[in-house]
Ligand binder design. Structure first.
Ligand SMILES: Cc1ncc(COP(=O)(O)O)c(C=O)c1O
Length: 461
């Protein structure tokens, strides 16, 4: 083999920081350093990552939900290696290959609704872009309604549906949208009355903040969308593929969305892939004559490696009863957190389903902890949650994330293969960190100072 990436990697690994700074997003590196997250990872296996010094990290972030089956699952890997060894005739483009039809058939069976057609993409945002285009073409209307806190990706169409204005500031005019209040039917109906709304898009459980509405809300939302001939898009890019204890989160509520978007976990953690799943009627409103056979397409959309990764992922989730595991470990995690909430002065709420869990913090009562909370919050709203996430990582080597800007909520997205032992490992660390946060350990004081200094730099150009 003339070129071997491993030689290049091992000769350059110690230059990681300077190369990243020079060629990639230097601001991201600064943020990682501020919160003590900057580590050179060299391996990943199951629920764990390993760094260059052989430290192991429990990964409760899962690449924002990509690693449902953990890292480097042997079945996905072996299937991908087999696909490479087969020298498959990939991306012929002027062909109708069976491979995407096989993955489409599987997805349609699992969605188990009236949705029978699939368009494959390479990411979550592209799946959302497809949903926007198809709903506009079908309804001959322009506007899309989304919710506060929503996150549907950062391409320009998906960006228009973002529930946090900070994301949009620098990027000019976006498509025609209206924001409704998550959980309020009146607020949605107000927008639908004008009868110019093509679709309402909803993450059944919102990724930012892990907010879920009442069961009645989803039923009423579905009903008013029908009443105003507006399509309902369930964006399951994060909640789909077993994350919440069903194949798709909308299945908890007995509703029938017109379009479902997926991505992340479908990749098996290896090959980017996304999909938009919809009805025959909506699909064929776009592909309605031969002349329009390519009117919506993507060069890499149905590539064979992505299709193999998707098929291997879905079959493995079935073969290994992963969804049963999500229900069992998810309930256990949520129960343990709720038990802790009873005795904790800083946990406000524990919410979520399956292995998508949010923990919201509140101002503590005891004097010293309260003072620190206020100090952090005056430096930057939501900074307190960073005080939890930071030591979980630096002291206990557990990777978690804050659930969004300006909110004191952390989000747990463990791999769906996580066991009770991993949940126990997390709970032990979490209790210790909460204890430190309330009792002002010296580690917390130092880290708090560092965060406040970082927060000041955060907004400077
Ligand atoms: C619900 C939802 N939709 C869409 C996206 C965008 O996906 P991607 O980052 O693959 O474009 C995300 C990403 O986090 C998401 O959570």
């Amino acid at each position: 083999m003339s070129f071997d990436f491993r030689d290049l990697l091992s000769s350059k690994i110690t230059k990681r920081e300077s190369l990243y700074n020079k060629y990639l997003n230097a601001q991201l590196l600064k943020v990682l350093k501020t919160i003590d997250f900057d580590v050179t990872y060299v391996k990943g296996s199951g629920c764990y990552l390993e760094d260059i010094n052989s430290n192991r990290y429990l990964d409760f972030l899962s690449g924002f939900g990509v690693f449902a089956l953990g890292r480097n699952h042997p079945v996905i890997r072996d299937n991908l290696i087999a696909a490479l060894n087969e020298d498959l005739p990939n991306l012929v483009q002027m062909e109708a290959s069976v491979m995407p039809a096989l993955l489409a058939e599987k997805l349609v069976a699992l969605v188990n609704s009236d949705l029978t057609k699939v368009f494959f993409t390479n990411s979550g945002a592209e799946s959302v872009e497809s949903a926007i285009k198809f709903s506009r073409a079908y309804t001959k209307r322009n506007k899309i309604v989304y919710f506060n806190h929503a996150f549907h990706g950062l391409t320009t169409g998906a960006l228009a549906l973002n529930g946090s204005s900070e994301f949009k500031l620098d990027f000019g005019n976006l498509i025609d949208t209206k924001m409704a209040e998550f959980g309020s039917i009146a607020s949605v109906e107000k927008e639908l009355r004008s009868q110019d709304v093509a679709a309402v898009i909803i993450e059944p459980i919102q990724g930012k903040g892990v907010f879920e509405a009442t069961p009645e809300f989803y039923l009423e939302l579905s009903e008013i969308c029908r009443r105003y001939s507006t399509l309902l898009i369930a964006d399951e890019v994060q909640t789909g593929i077993g994350r919440t204890g069903k194949w798709f989160c909308f299945q908890h509520y007995g509703i029938k969305p017109d379009i479902v978007t997926v991505s992340k976990a479908l990749s098996g953690g290896y090959v980017p892939v996304g999909a938009m799943i919809t009805t025959k009627e909506i699909f064929e409103s776009v592909y309605n004559k031969m002349e329009k056979a390519m009117i919506h397409s993507s060069t890499f959309g149905q590539n064979h490696l992505a299709m193999v990764a998707g098929l291997a992922t879905l079959h493995t989730i079935e073969d290994e009863n992963i969804i049963d595991n999500v229900i069992e470990t998810g309930d256990y995690l949520i129960q343990r957190l709720r038990d802790l909430q009873m005795t904790s002065e800083i946990i406000k709420e524990v919410r979520g389903r399956g292995l998508m869990v949010g923990i919201e913090f509140k101002e503590p009562k005891s004097l010293v902890a309260k003072g620190r909370f206020k100090l952090l919050e005056s430096a930057k709203k939501g900074l307190f949650s960073q005080l939890i996430v930071g030591p979980l990582f630096s002291k206990h080597r557990i990777l978690t994330q804050v659930a969004g800007e300006n909110m004191n909520i952390i989000k747990l997205l463990p791999p769906l293969i996580a066991t009770v032992q991993e949940i126990d490992q997390f709970m032990y660390a979490f209790e210790d960190v909460l204890d430190d946060a309330v009792n002002s350990s010296s580690l917390m004081i130092d880290f708090g100072r560092k965060l406040i200094k970082g927060a000041k730099e955060y907004r400077q150009i």
